[in-house]
Design a protein around this ligand. Sequence first.
Ligand SMILES: [Fe+2]
Ligand SMILES: [Fe+2]
Length: 217
Amino acid sequence: MSWAPAAAVRSLWRLRTGALRPLSVYGRRISARFYSLGMTLDSINRAAVDRIIRVDHAGEYGANRINAGQMAVLGRTSVGPVIQKMWDQEKDHLKKFNELMVAFRVRPRILMPFRNVVGFALGAGTALLGKEGAMACTVAVEESIAHHYNNQIRTLMEKEPEKHEELLQVIRKFRDEELEHHDLGLEHDAQLAPAYTVLKSLIQARCSVAIYLSERF
Ligand SMILES: [Fe+2]
Ligand SMILES: [Fe+2]
């Protein structure tokens, strides 16, 4: 964890536990300064929102590359239209986070070229196991992403939900669509993939690493 987000978490913890004096003591509410850290509550929230947008942009970019890899192998098979439908939604997700990156002036992660290659390789590699392998990849990734989005929704709800209403709506909508992709994967025989449980666990471990790296680099 980088210094600023870590400091933000510590500051929120202190506020909740009363380790610092109540904000009303300073005669201000939201804009009160934490003199020891030189930060404001606004800057703490801003850092958290920036981190959410940056990580989600990287994740949606990775999802697009996975779909590209799947389509390169299975695009002309019976499952091609199913993957294309999911990819079209992933393109919309990425477009929205591209817009949010500009609106919030958030810089993209330095690992994007790496994510380009790794995402495509994951999509194509699992698709080479057959449509069941591709769908197993979809189920594993979407389950991880939906869990990740749920964590972000909780984080934003704990801060100032009314202030983050637009971002919350975006994340909730995308979370629901990722769950639809998850269900599509199951409907198209994901569980019949070779070593489904092991494959799913490996892919989800990779997702956890990708999220960890995206939060830091
Ligand atoms: Fe997505
Ligand atoms: Fe998805």
